[in-house]
Ligand binder design. Sequence first.
Ligand SMILES: CC(C)(COP(=O)(O)OP(=O)(O)OC[C@H]1O[C@@H](n2cnc3c(N)ncnc32)[C@H](O)[C@@H]1OP(=O)(O)O)[C@@H](O)C(=O)NCCC(=O)NCCS
Length: 367
Amino acid sequence: MPYAHITGWGMSVPETVLTNDDLAKIIDTNDEWIRGHTGIRERRIASENQFPSTLAVDASIKALQVANLKPTDIDLIICATSSPEYIFPATACLIQDELGATKAGAFDLLAACTGFIYATNMAAQSIRSGSIRNALVIGAETLSRFVDWKDRNTCILFGDGAGAFVLQASDQPGGVLSAVMHSDGSGGDALSLPGGGSHIPATEASIHEGKHYIHMDGKKVFRFATRVMGQAAKEVLELAGLTTNDVQWIIPHQANFRIIETAAKYLKMPLDKFIINVDRYGNTSTASIPIATVEAVEKGLLKNGDKIVLVGFGAGLTWGALAAEWTGPIPAEHKVHPESYRTWARTRSFMRRIVRFIEGLIWGRDS
Ligand SMILES: CC(C)(COP(=O)(O)OP(=O)(O)OC[C@H]1O[C@@H](n2cnc3c(N)ncnc32)[C@H](O)[C@@H]1OP(=O)(O)O)[C@@H](O)C(=O)NCCC(=O)NCCS
């Protein structure tokens, strides 16, 4: 059975920074309260022409560059997102088209902020089963579009960004070691985006009532998160036959510094074993774990051979964890340039649209 290694990683965040002081100009809040209650100082906000797929493609190309893979080498793209561009088509398909990943199956995975852990596990299991060799796993968000900027409960928390991993099959031991995925739908009302789906379709009334915004009972989510984070990390370590002493880094979902602190206490681990960047990006949902991972690698903190635990929680309610041995890219003889496929991918996409248009003319639009 092949092992599933994490061989590529990349991230992309919008340039626009929204600080706590900026927020204090539009709602009744202040930097001291936000930092004290969440640890967040600032977050990134997508510009009008940036979407989850825009950020995801940027992050994915960087991940492919690290893994030294062409877009055409990818067998599967999973995009975990809480802010998909459409209900359908899947954001993963938009990414597939933009990258020119012509051989890849592509789908979105909705497990809210736990999505990246679920998606990485799904990709790893597909590799372990032998059905695919190369997967691209993405967490991508522009949650700022679903935030009610008049609701100080939620608008201080969320930010935009994307992160991506490449997973590859290898005969060498290492890579994803174990994973746990949990859910409890009885808590679905604690954190939801109720409007725009088939239960509450978008209408004038639903918009008037603000159903298209994120709704959250912060205290309920806080209690749930502090209970499950440490537990899930412990569970995944036991499954991998490891203890906290074997682990170099815990990479938690970046929702709130106080939640991470509680998990560290539960695990009896020092906070300096946790990768934390919630202060600079806020909660980027599915993107928070890959962004934190990429920063840890780029700072030289995360090294080959390190044992890591990714752990997260989110709406659903969902929570989960994944243990991995960090092994880096698979050595290759030739350097490939995934970025050079962009122009070809755009041309290919354009040509396919033309072919469909011509087919429509020949066969008639109703056939
Ligand atoms: C949202 C959260 C930061 C609120 O912190 P809290 O300590 O629970 O704060 P409360 O809601 O009890 O509010 C305490 C007081 O601060 C006020 N307050 C709330 N938001 C505020 C803000 N942004 N600025 C200033 N004051 C604020 C409240 O009105 C309340 O005032 P009152 O006591 O006069 O009524 C916290 O509950 C949390 O982080 N929950 C988890 C959310 C999360 O992680 N969601 C994503 C999951 S993936």
